[in-house]
Write a protein that binds this ligand. Structure first.
Ligand SMILES: *Cc1c(COP(=O)(O)O)cnc(C)c1O
Length: 634
């Protein structure tokens, strides 16, 4: 899920940029950028024009008075986007792709003078005009960690990245059955346009007539998402599901306020909800009231009715996930929505499970007023390694005037909207080609078929695994939706083997673990998606069953509870070559538990780490890793 990580991939890219260039490379790049800016500044100054600030790094603001607009237009004509900072003032930013020729052209455009950048450079150096203010200069060493000082050639960088890649168990090796996360195929044909320079080399705030292709793509995608969800309007601004929730609840709050009902601040949330739901409600200043679930995991309709009535006067909304995070199509869902509406509340649908709805039903049909769509789940944008995500929201017409808008790009939202929820008017549009391609290639019938197969795959897994691992919740006919919860608690009570042990052991079998202990502690939630073939599902089932057989050996006393392949999983190559193998199971059992595992072995690079420790303790890996006293394994 992207909740904590929607920008981690981007952060990693920035980090890798620092790894590749190192402190010296970065300083050189920065120095060159500043030097070009200083040359430009000198050219402007020598023409008698004034800079708004003499203190700059890469961006100049020049006072051009009545000259500003003609200069802006002439630059546009010549292929340069300058910034109209305020009437009469132009902003120019230099970056590492700027060349001396660009500087010559810009000086000519601004001053009308044909300048020689190399002579200007000399003059700047002699006058000392390019000196950055001493008080602002950082003098301590930066990026001293060896990782920033080792990989400065393309070969070295490639090998470093490859080494890291091989430690990850990703979709290029096996299915990732993380429930609720919808780790489906990110097809090459969907991904390809993301690298086209027409999509990549464009600033989020360019004049709109330079972004016609983007606008057409965004518009078409909005239309398709309207058709899929049944909503009247779409807002593309949120960058993740959680941010969509935020945008949606703020929209609801603004709607209530517009009707003089700002007292409506109670948000009903079923006990089964994703953690982002209460977190979002809290952030929006709403009061969370939890609604109970019955023993089959469904919303307790009586409790809901009672609470909706009790808080009728203050009821802002219900946050509802469908199919529920328990992996079931709740039959009461429409009645639940009606009940909330009857008391003046709105229905927010957490749309993370849209992959089970597309083409079969829709949030609007069910009764939702607003819902987010995780384009990085249902609509194929890769995620989990850190996004970036897109969590647009759809709304019914009465909420449309209160959607987010953006000061810099007014056409991106309604005139009287609620303000921006993201820095950029359309969120992260650079990844929208992926969702566009998916929908365009699938077409209506293909999308519906995908939902059907996703549900079929989950039910196939559930029926073939339920003898070994009871399926916790199912609908009236014993069926699940597009994911299912496997209950490990009885096994734990009988043998001490926990869901974590199974998750770690799956690595030895070459599988990424399903979602663990969400939404119910002590369980695993499996979502195969429509992208996996029967062969891959069978491989996973074989692994899960083989693990169940191992647990049986613990049950029967063959292996001690604290020394068995599950408790000691995952196993590394270092374990395999241990000279003094004292374990009650063989090396083969440890690393090649099934014949098919040996054919494409994934080698975990470290033994078990204490998950919770890492979550709760902040520790610094700044010391060179080989001096870290063996605590951090590289
Ligand atoms: C993934 C998910 C979210 C949050 O979406 P992000 O894009 O990760 O912020 C919310 N609710 C449910 C049920 C989810 O599965």
């Amino acid at each position: 899920s992207n909740i904590c990580t929607s920008q981690v991939l981007l952060a990693n890219m920035a980090g890798m940029y620092a790894v590749y260039h190192g402190p010296h490379g970065l300083r050189t790049i920065a120095g060159r950028i500043h030097r070009l800016a200083a040359i430009l500044a000198e050219g402007v100054r020598r023409a008698g024009m004034t800079l708004i600030s003499e203190c700059f790094f890469d961006t100049l603001r020049v006072n051009l008075g009545s000259h500003a607009l003609p200069t802006y237009r002439a630059a546009l004509e010549a292929g340069y986007n300058l910034r109209q900072v305020s009437p009469g003032v132009i902003g120019i930013a230099v970056n590492e792709k700027t060349t001396p020729t660009d500087i010559t052209r810009l000086i000519k455009l601004i001053t009308g003078i044909n300048a020689d950048p190399y002579r200007l450079d000399e003059q700047v150096r002699q006058s000392g005009e390019d000196d950055l203010p001493a008080a602002l200069l950082r003098r301590d060493a930066i990026l001293t960690h060896p990782v920033f000082n080792s990989h400065h050639t393309e070969h070295a960088m490639l090998r470093y990245l490859k080494m890291l890649q091989e430690r990850d168990l990703a979709l290029d090796r096996s299915m990732i059955s993380l429930g609720s996360c919808t780790m489906k195929l990110n097809a090459a044909s969907e991904m390809m346009p993301v690298t086209w320079r027409e999509f990549t080399d464009i600033h989020p705030f360019v004049p709109l007539d330079q972004a016609e292709g983007y606008l057409q793509m965004i518009g078409e995608l909005e239309n398709w998402l309207q058709a899929i969800t049944g909503f009247d309007a779409i807002c593309m601004q949120p960058n993740s599901g959680a941010q969509g929730e935020y945008a949606g609840l703020v929209t609801i709050a603004r709607y209530h306020a517009s009707r003089g009902e700002s007292r409506r601040k109670v948000c009903l949330i079923p006990r089964s909800a994703h953690g982002t739901n209460p977190a979002t409600a809290q952030m929006c200043g709403m009061r969370v009231v939890v609604v109970d679930c019955d023993e089959s995991g469904n919303i307790d309709v009586d409790d809901l009715a009672a609470k909706a009535a009790e808080y009728a006067d203050e009821l802002a909304c219900l946050m509802l996930t469908y199919p529920s995070t328990h992996g079931v199509f709740e039959e009461s869902v429409k009645a639940v929505c009606e009940r909330v509406h009857a008391h003046g509340g709105e229905v927010y649908m957490d749309g993370a499970n849209l992959n089970a709805q597309v083409g079969l039903t829709s949030p609007a049909l069910i009764g939702a007023d607003v819902s987010h769509m995780n384009l990085h789940k249902t609509f194929c944008i890769p995620h989990g390694g850190g996004g970036p995500g897109m969590g647009p929201i759809g709304v019914k017409a009465h909420l449309a005037p209160f959607l987010p808008n953006h000061r810099v790009q007014p056409v991106s939202g309604p005139h009287a909207g609620q303000g921006a929820v993201s820095a950029a008017p359309w969120g992260s549009p650079a990844i929208l080609p992926i969702a566009w391609m998916y929908i365009a290639m699938m077409g209506g019938s293909g999308l519906k078929r995908a939902s059907e197969v996703a549900i079929l795959n989950a039910n196939y897994l559930a029926s073939r695994l339920r003898d070994d691992y009871p399926v916790l919740y199912a609908g009236r006919h014993g069926r699940v939706a597009h994911e299912c919860i496997l209950d490990v608690r009885p096994l734990k009570a009988a043998t001490g083997v926990s869901e974590i042990d199974i998750a770690k052991r799956l690595m030895d079998y070459g599988f990424h673990a399903p979602t663990v202990s969400f939404p119910v502690a002590g369980t695993m939630m499996v979502e195969p998606t429509e992208s996996e073939s029967k062969a891959e599902l069978d491989r996973f089932i074989d692994a899960m069953r083989a693990i169940r057989a191992e647990i049986r050996l613990i049950e029967q006393g063959h292996w001690p509870a604290d020394d068995n392949p599950l408790r000691r999983a995952p196993h590394t190559q270092a374990d395999l070559v241990e000279t003094d193998w004292q374990r009650p199971y063989s090396r083969q059992q440890a690393v090649f538990p099934l014949p098919c595992v040996a054919r494409n072995k994934f080698w975990p690079s470290v033994n078990r780490v204490d998950d919770v420790y890492g979550d709760r303790h902040l520790f610094c890996a700044c010391t060179p890793l080989d001096e870290a006293d063996g605590q951090i394994e590289v």
